[in-house]
Structure formats: C-alpha cells, structure tokens
Design a protein around this ligand. Structure first.
Ligand code: HEC
Length: 132
C-alpha cells in the first residue's frame, strides 16, 4: 500500500504546485494580449492606447490598496466581464464577457459560459498577483 501511495502523493503534490503557476501564466498571456494596450505591460495604466482614450486609464496595481488592503475580487470580475453593467452603458472599457463569448466557436461539454468565466477568472487572479 505504502509503495502505491508514494507516487500518487508525488503526482498530487506536483499537480498542486503546478496549478497556480499555470493559471498565472494563462492570466498573464491573456492580460498581455487583451489589456496591456491600455493598462500597460506592468498594469500602471500607461499602455500605448491610453493616451487616445477620452477618460484616464487606471493603474491596476493599486486595487487592493484602494480597498483597505483586500483585493476586490467580485468587483474586478464584474468590471472585466462588463455584461452585468455595474457601470452601465457607455463604460469606456470593452465588454470582455461579450467579446470572449463571441470568440467561442465550439463551446464543448461545459458550454460557452464556463469558458468565458474561466478566462475572466484567470485575468482576475493575474491582477491579484500584481498588487503592490
Ligand atoms: C481600450 C482600452 C482598455 C482596454 C483594452 C482594457 N481596459 Fe480596463 N479600463 C479602461 C478604462 C478607460 C477604465 C476606467 C473606466 C472608468 O473609470 O470609467 C478601465 C477600468 C478597468 C478596471 C477597473 C479599475 C478600478 O479602479 O476599479 C479593471 C479591473 C480593468 N479595467 C481591467 C481590464 C482588463 C483585465 C482588461 C483586459 C481583459 C482591460 N481592462 C482592458 C480601458 C481599457
């Protein structure tokens, strides 16, 4: 029994260790392709498109600091998603929930919504990881 358990626990441990890194990489890649043009590569709000916007593009590294030290996970998810309209129509940031949904050609067994939420969640975790 013991000799069966050891490889299993090694496999589980390496899965657990690998999971967050993988999620961060995914969120980082998503961020670089969808967000850095406005919010900047480091999240400082200084991407090349920022100066073309009619409203200031916020830095995304001080979201926790501006919320008593706690990362405002739900607000961030809803802001990125944009479909629930916490800011209402005319919010200057693209509605990512809708864009991600339109990207999906074959939704697979869990449906398009699971994919959209996964992408948004990876982005939110990535943003949490760059808080100062
Ligand atoms: C076209 C430029 C643009 C792109 C691309 C963009 N954003 Fe934004 N984002 C903005 C602007 C402008 C605001 C501020 C809107 C306001 O305050 O009215 C904002 C606000 C935010 C906020 C709210 C910050 C706060 O202080 O609450 C978050 C979170 C955010 N963006 C995340 C993202 C993520 C994640 C992506 C990529 C998926 C992204 N943004 C892509 C322009 C952009």
């Amino acid at each position: 029994m013991a000799c069966l358990n050891k490889p299993l626990s090694i496999a589980v441990t390496s899965l657990l260790l690998a999971a967050p890194t993988h999620a961060d990489d995914f969120g980082h890649d998503e961020y670089m392709s969808a967000c850095a043009s406005c919010h900047g590569e480091s999240g400082a709000g200084d991407g090349p498109l920022a100066e073309l916007m009619t409203v200031p593009v916020p830095s995304l590294t001080g979201l926790s600091a501006g919320n008593d030290g706690a990362f405002p996970m739900l607000r961030v998810i809803q802001t990125i998603d944009g479909r629930q309209g916490i800011k209402g129509h005319g919010y200057p940031m693209p509605v990512w929930g809708k864009r991600f949904q339109e990207d999906i050609e074959t939704p697979g067994p869990y449906g398009a919504e699971a994919i959209v939420r996964g992408r948004i969640l990876s982005l939110a975790y990535y943003l949490e990881s760059i808080q100062e």
